[in-house]
Ligand binder design. Structure first.
Ligand SMILES: NC(=O)C1=CN([C@@H]2O[C@H](COP(=O)(O)OP(=O)(O)OC[C@H]3O[C@@H](n4cnc5c(N)ncnc54)[C@H](OP(=O)(O)O)[C@@H]3O)[C@@H](O)[C@H]2O)C=CC1
Ligand SMILES: CC(C)=CCC[C@@H](C)[C@H]1CC[C@H]2C3=C(CC[C@]12C)[C@@]1(C)CCC(=O)C[C@@H]1CC3
Length: 333
């Protein structure tokens, strides 16, 4: 049955001369699914996972755009030719896409050891220049740089399912995915991990339990990340007995497509020219991780931990010191 599920690739292995070794080995590979894996923090995580353990993992990149997904897969295979990297088409903002991707996953694999819920958007961001300069000369300057608090708002949209775009993409699609993948995540005698990419920008003040989709406010991103922290806590309580553990991480401030979108009038070269300023700021706040590699530190750190040893009330932060050293630190949610 397992052979049938894994399709042609597995059947080929089965029929080859060294079938026993190959079959046994493939069975032992841990399966890792990463959403939003084609760029930024998600892609850096995949690269680091393969550097950590090329042959013991079966990596599945879940992406909405298959062209970008193919490009990411080629990049990964170029540096890790022996790796097993599959693609799964999934748009986390669409209920039907998540349901069919989950179905497809369950046909292809009979286990899921790590599920990284990383895809995220911050659409139509508006940067409040006045508040930024005011913040620069206030006692809140470090908090402002660490969290973006008070200087960012967004204009949200509505999906074809009638859900708020940010809520659907960052949270609800992932919630649905976990529920649908329960049969492969929860197995007796084995633990599995959910790891959510949350943010320093998750503020309780932006989250209204009476309006969980944030239909009425101007900070849907912050609200969705705060809800992510809450959902992870709830999942931990719900699934712990079934060996499924949930954690949240914060990658810090990372230069990615998401952050480039915050100042769209800034050409890429300006961001590059600002790097020395950012390195200087990093001396005061180690949340300026800046590169996707550094930002994925807490994600890779969690991969190496025994999930039973983790604090369910902690948020694990990727941090980079003034000297450029990466480390992970837990803070109470
Ligand atoms: N950069 C930062 O400073 C911080 C980022 N984060 C979080 O890190 C995570 C990764 O973002 P980051 O790497 O920075 O930014 P990127 O824009 O580089 O990565 C986001 C990824 O999510 C994917 N994605 C977006 N919408 C969907 C969707 N509807 N369905 C499937 N995939 C989707 C993107 O795909 P596509 O290429 O097709 O758009 C892309 O692969 C996000 O959750 C973000 O909120 C948190 C704190 C700080
Ligand atoms: C000198 C100069 C032009 C500085 C730019 C400052 C801001 C654009 C950044 C300072 C802190 C940043 C930040 C984020 C976006 C960009 C900043 C506001 C995030 C909100 C991006 C998404 C997150 O999840 C958290 C980040 C916190 C810090």
């Amino acid at each position: 049955m397992t052979l049938h599920r894994r399709g042609n690739q597995f059947l080929n292995q089965f029929s080859c001369a060294c079938c026993v070794t190959s079959l046994g080995f493939a069975e032992m590979r841990k399966v890792v699914l990463v959403t939003g894996a084609n760029s930024g923090v998600g892609l850096a995580l995949c690269e680091r996972l393969l550097s950590h353990d090329t042959e013991g993992l079966h990596l599945c990149l879940a992406c909405r755009n298959m062209q970008k997904a193919q490009a990411a897969r080629s990049d990964l295979l170029a540096s890790h030719p022996a790796a097993q990297v599959d693609l799964l088409q999934m748009d986390t903002s669409s209920v039907s896409s998540v349901l069919s991707a989950a179905q497809e996953f369950k046909v292809r694999y009979d286990r899921l050891d790590y599920l990284y819920l990383n895809a995220g958007i911050m659409p139509n961001p508006e940067f409040d220049v006045k508040a930024f300069f005011k913040g620069l000369f206030s006692s809140n300057v470090i908090t402002m740089f660490a969290t973006g608090e008070g200087i960012l708002t967004q204009k949200d949209g509505v999906t074809t399912d009638g859900l708020q775009q940010v809520f659907a993409t960052n949270l609800f699609g992932h919630f649905l995915l976990v529920r649908e993948l329960e049969p492969v995540l929860c197995h007796e005698g084995r633990t599995s991990q959910l790891v959510w990419t949350s943010s320093n920008n998750a503020h309780r003040s932006a989250f209204n339990p009476e309006d969980i989709q944030h239909r009425t406010g101007t900070q849907p991103y912050s609200s969705s990340k705060y809800a992510t922290d809450l959902l992870s806590l709830a999942f931990n309580q719900h699934y712990e007995k079934q060996g499924l553990y949930s954690s949240v991480i914060c990658p810090g401030f990372v230069m990615t497509n998401l952050t480039y979108g915050i100042l769209p009038s800034f050409p890429a070269i300006l961001w590059t020219l600002l790097m020395p300023v950012f390195w200087l700021i990093r001396v005061f706040t180690n949340t300026f991780t800046l590169t996707p590699y550094n930002g994925s530190e807490a994600l890779i750190w969690l991969f190496r931990q025994k999930p039973e040893s983790l604090d369910p009330y902690a948020k694990y932060h990727s941090l980079t010191s003034g000297l450029g050293n990466n480390y992970t630190q837990p803070h109470k949610v």
